[in-house]
Design a protein around this ligand. Sequence first.
Ligand code: GDP
Length: 366
Amino acid sequence: MTDEARCEGCGALLQTEDPGKPGYVPEAALERENPVCRRCFRIRHYNEVARVEQDPDTYLRLLQRIGQTDSLVVWVCDLFDFAGSWIPGIQRYLAQSDLVLVANKIDLFPKSVKRNRLREWVRRSAERRGLRPADVVLCSAAKGLHIDEVIATIDRRRQGRDVYVVGTTNVGKSTLINRILREEEADGGEITTSPYPGTTLDVIRIPLEDGRALIDTPGIVRRDRLSEWVSPADLRVIVPRREIHPRVYQLNDSQTLFFGGLVRFDFVSGPRQPFVCYVSNDLYIHRTKRERADEVYSRHRGELLSPPSEFEGLPEMERQTFRLSEGEKKDLVIPGLGWIVAGKKAAEIHMWAPRGIPVEVRPAII
Ligand code: GDP
């Protein structure tokens, strides 16, 4: 391919290496006259939006520009990975914007969890980090739950303005937009891509009936989520797709839990107590004695302790220490994987996760 080949649709430089990046085109499609990138191809032929990623600096410039427009901003986040779906810098650039927060993947939560409680939790979490959304809507794009509420909220809030949709990768933004498109399909109209002024980002414009547009922006990647470090096959194991069945472990001190070979949880000291794990039902949890943990890990990682099925590129595990007091129910959150509820009684805990993946403590969500 010559260096100059560009997509007819969005103008991105064509490349055949990385399907997640702008301008990706499968080798075979290059034979065509006037090739377009896969994303534009899908938009043209299937009216379907696919996700691409962007580098952080370019993305921040885009946020800044959006913040300067008079528009409605819809921020899509993953309810199951709220910390991991926070867009770095969003509070700096969009704090003054009219903002609707759509928290996706509600289907993963046990039915017993009250929606109102979750909604308030999301609102408080956003406010603590410096954003005050006008509305918080919980939905499931994949299951089609509460999509009508998302659409109604956007319609009510936008008051004749454009709508920008932002989010990190993997939160389900494309799934949601495709869902909205399908619901609104009757209105027709042609979806187009266009480069966003002053950036190399291309955005997708979906016309609304009053001449305004719903503008989908590329997702930004957060490297500090475990989900960004594993292979696509492993991703299918760790990203939950069905309602989570919490797994409860009654542990004595000096016991260890391995979450595949990705994360290690040591209950170092404290009275016997339960720890409740909210992770994908498909992720294997292995219990062992703490004194044996190093040996078990070096002997079984990648096999019994899997995912990851391959370790190349995955940073070494690093330890973080947590001390919880009795009755202080807390979630120990591993971005991109899930969380463990602890603190029924006093406990000292060591969490081991790949370097660069910060384990967070928050008041228990459930
Ligand atoms: P994007 O990167 O934000 O555009 O995310 P995608 O739309 O590609 O979705 C990322 C992953 O989340 C995919 O595996 C989807 O199937 C999954 N997903 C999207 N919406 C939902 C949802 O409502 N519930 C669940 N459980 N998974 C979802």
